[in-house]
Design a protein around this ligand. Structure first.
Ligand code: CP
Ligand code: NVA
Length: 322
């Protein structure tokens, strides 16, 4: 695996399988690895978080390590101090950095300027640790990822971009139903760098876009329906405009009924209830959103073990007991 997980473009198919397999193993036996004894992770978070922060903090604790949370008020990347200076300080004390930032370039610059591993904990462009946990969930519920049809409805955002790249990498069929102007704008956006550009170009070839405003058609034959908030963190100034534009993409009982009878509903959470998804669907029998949230922990532990120097082989007996 590469030193950093800034983008899904940093992963190969083998890396992804290794992460998912280790996460599944950790889920069955949460206490069997203590490889991060004495290791520290810095959490550089410019935006709020429940799941990601807890998955990192609890994950580090379960693996024997320690996490230090630094909010925007603490270090203010780019304002109090340059991102590269923050990276060059942090690497002197910690073994890894998880960063949730407004600009993707902040995560990339932290990675480029530190010798320790940097994990993207959500940026404006991507949410890689989220979609890895989502794919663990899909694999648990539906089996072979290459036989799954996933339909994403609504805002073409950071989660959607990571889903596109990971679906393409794993051979999962992905339908994205969104307004035509959003799909056009997304396709025309310049890539962050050559490396990401190649992965995105491959992903764009594989995605089936539905821009006819009829989500019920888009979810036909879907095994999984996925949505996310219409207004992401940092986009509050465009909230009204986005809500108006995406109104027709709500996942409700009618939309769910148009998918396969055993389709599951996924959402990375937090949800704006009765906006992008109705209570009926979110709390209904098809919803797996809390399994998805739980899997954030197992996947985070796998990532931490692989990136912060944990060994892949089974821990010796004496280390299995916490
Ligand atoms: N899904 C997710 O990343 O949740 P948080 O914003 O609460 O971390
Ligand atoms: N797209 C959302 C995901 C939150 C986990 C956001 O960026 O706010």
């Amino acid at each position: 695996m590469k030193k950093d997980l800034v983008s899904i473009a940093d992963l190969t198919k083998d890396d992804t399988e290794r992460i998912l397999d280790l996460a599944a193993q950790l889920k069955k036996n949460p206490a069997f690895r203590r490889d991060l004894e004495g290791k520290t992770l810095a959490l550089v978070f410019e935006k709020p978080s429940l799941r990601t922060r807890l998955a990192f903090e609890v994950g580090m604790a379960q693996l024997g390590g320690y996490a230090v949370y630094l909010s925007q008020g603490d270090i203010a990347p780019g304002r109090r101090e340059s991102v590269s200076d923050i990276a060059r300080n942090l690497e002197r004390w910690v073994d890894g950095i998880a960063a949730r930032t407004f600009h993707h370039s902040t995560v990339r610059d932290l990675a480029a300027n530190s010798r320790v591993s940097v994990i993207n904990a959500l940026s404006d462009r991507e949410h890689p640790s989220q979609v890895l946990a989502d794919f663990l969930t899909i694999r648990e519920k539906k089996g072979d990822l290459s036989k799954v049809r996933l339909a994403y409805l609504g805002d073409v955002n950071n989660v959607c971009r990571s889903l596109m790249m990971l679906s393409s990498l794993m051979g999962t069929s992905l339908v994205v139903a969104a307004p035509a102007e959003d799909v056009e704008a997304f396709s025309a956006e310049p890539a962050e760098d050559l490396h990401e550009g190649e992965a995105l170009a491959a992903a764009l070839k594989d995605v089936e876009f539905h821009t006819d405003g009829n989500p019920r058609r888009a979810v036909r034959d879907a095994d999984v329906i996925y949505t996310d908030v219409w207004v992401s963190m940092g986009e509050e100034d465009r909230a009204d405009q986005k809500r108006k534009k995406l109104k027709g993409y709500q996942v409700n009982a009618k939309v769910l009924a148009a998918a396969k009878a055993d389709a599951i509903f996924m959402h990375c959470l937090p949800a704006k209830r009765n906006q992008e998804v109705t209570d009926e669907v979110l709390d209904g029998p098809h919803s797996v959103v809390f399994d998805q949230a739980e899997n954030r922990l197992h996947v985070m532990k796998a990532l931490l073990l692989l990136l912060l120097g944990g060994r892949m082989e089974k821990a010796p007996k004496r280390q299995r007991v916490r």
